[in-house]
Write a protein that binds this ligand. Structure first.
Ligand code: MN
Length: 516
């Protein structure tokens, strides 16, 4: 049997659906470029028919990311398939991913069709997609709750109609590893093309915390594509965490007899980027990629560990790209030193960008004695420009304390260069800053999340503030970083408001909520 497992990333499609998080096309493109560096085989760039934003994201990614297969999801109807094909028109390697419900629950309540009608729909849809592209994936949605015989029948029909990949989704996260593996074995027996001329894939959800375990059990049973998201983001409890599947296969190749072609040294950076852009922090104890996963190694530089790392660790931090956390640069470091360190971290700023970054670096190095790799990554993430800012912050000043009414003064500049200053009081300094900004910007919104994280250890650490605001059922993430957390908070709020102002209406068609 083939020993290569394809990695199908759906961070930009299934992952984006979670909690209504809206990403700009530029942000999706940035994630897609990083997924390319990571070496994923397939990028599901969106669900073209569901919104103009999704369509545009699929089209841009298809044009600009040329190595991996670029997929668009599509309902099993001609309109959705044509829309996916249109968005993929310029792709080097296009794939249309057609899905249709297969379980009786879904058939009765959603589609209101009988089994034979649904099989016919699947066949027609796959055949239609094949007229556009040679690479067609078919997913019988809710497979794990579908009658096995009927599932095999439907899969067979899709294969006969020309599907080149069959994906078995555990849409609601219901599967149990041993049982899911049995289902994969059963399907391979019934449809011998699976694992031979047709690739067999799985797509699991983590509602019972078993998405990774189910995916790995399926690989052991012969599946050769795993779908999931970076950091396990996604609807409800999320999708399969790809970094865990990748490292489990790499570390236990002896058991699985299969591996991926992933450049694992890019995992940490990919995880950071997805966390930054989606605003979903990675838990410290998260397997493979959490900040504590290798902590004992950086804390105890004792000879026991250095002499025989394998006593304590089965994964080398370098193998997943965890940056060294020691002191790297200080205010005495020159522009050249900064640039070469940034290159080592995988960033390639232009000369023009370097001028701006170097100024910011010197400012940071003045406030903070030691500038670490993690600080540099935070600084670089702050360079991300994915939409044009309606307002920029010129000035923030607060007074606060246990005998003071928290008061803030802010000065904002609009795109025409006009400045406005206003002040407000609040329950605390951050509240006062936000109220003062609101008095100028005047966009109704609800603050739903606010978190501060220290980028590194130490009293002079850079604080990264991540916030989420909501308007009309869509949430917008905002981020800001500074050694002063009030300034970081103001920047984060301004960032979220600018995003809201720049994005217009990113809502998706309501039927887009029901996907595999
Ligand atoms: Mn899904």
């Amino acid at each position: 049997m083939e020993d290569r497992v394809l990695i199908f990333d759906t961070t930009l499609r299934d992952g984006e659906q979670s909690a209504g998080t809206a990403m700009t096309v530029e942000e999706k493109l940035e994630i897609a470029r990083q997924l390319d560096r990571l070496g994923v085989d397939v990028i599901e760039a969106g669900f073209a028919v569901s919104s103009n934003g999704d369509f545009e994201a699929v089209r841009r990614i298809a044009r600009e990311v040329r190595r991996p297969i670029i997929a668009s999801l599509a309902h099993a109807n001609l309109k959705a398939i044509d829309r996916a094909a249109e968005a993929l028109k310029d792709a080097a390697h296009p794939r249309i991913h057609v899905f249709l419900s297969s379980s009786d629950t879904h058939l009765q309540h959603q589609l209101r069709k009988n089994r034979e009608e649904v099989v016919e729909m699947a066949q027609k849809a796959v055949a239609h997609a094949r007229k556009h592209v040679d690479d067609v994936e078919f997913s019988p949605m809710d497979s794990s709750r579908t009658d096995k015989e009927f599932l095999a029948h439907m899969v067979k029909a899709a294969v006969e109609a020309g599907a080149t990949t069959i994906n078995i989704p555990d849409t609601v996260g219901y599967a149990i590893p041993a049982q899911f593996a049995e289902l994969i074995t059963f399907l391979r027996e019934r449809v011998p093309q699976l694992g031979d001329t047709v690739r067999l894939s799985v797509h699991c959800h983590d509602d019972l915390g078993m998405a990774v375990a189910n995916s790995l059990a399926a690989v052991k049973a012969g599946a050769r594509q795993v779908e999931g998201c970076i950091n396990g983001v996604g609807e409800r409890a999320g999708n399969t965490a790809l970094e865990e599947v990748i490292m489990a296969l790499r570390t236990r190749k002896d058991y699985f007899g299969a591996d991926t072609a992933i450049n694992t040294g890019e995992l940490y950076r990919t995880s950071k980027l997805v966390s930054q852009i989606t605003g979903f922090a990675v838990q410290p104890n998260k397997a493979v990629i959490g900040r504590n996963a290798f902590r004992h190694a950086s804390g105890i530089h004792q000879d026991g560990l250095l002499k025989d790392r394998s006593t304590y660790e089965i994964l080398d931090p370098l193998s997943v790209g965890v940056p060294r956390s020691e002191l790297v640069l200080s205010k005495l470091s020159g522009r050249h030193g900064l640039k070469s360190r940034l290159n080592e971290l995988g960033f390639t700023p232009t000369e023009e960008e370097m001028t701006k970054i170097y100024d910011q670096f010197k400012e940071l190095a003045d406030k903070k004695r030691e500038v670490t790799d993690r600080d540099l990554m935070s600084l670089m993430n702050g360079q991300r420009v994915s939409f044009s800012d309606t307002y920029t912050i010129e000035h923030v000043q607060v007074t606060c304390g246990d005998h003071e009414v928290a008061t803030a003064t802010v000065k904002l500049k609009d795109q025409q260069g006009k400045t406005q200053t206003d002040a407000a009081t609040g329950a605390g300094p951050v509240d006062a800053v936000y109220k003062a900004i609101n008095r100028i910007v005047q966009v109704p919104n609800k603050l739903t999340e606010f978190s501060v994280n220290a980028v590194t250890e130490g009293i002079d650490a850079v604080g990264e503030v991540s916030i989420r605001i909501e308007q009309g059922g869509v949430s917008y993430i905002g981020r800001g970083a500074d050694t002063d957390i009030i300034v970081a908070s103001a920047r984060a709020y301004m960032n979220a408001l600018n995003r809201l102002l720049a994005m217009g209406d990113p809502t998706k068609a309501p039927e887009a909520a029901l996907t595999p």
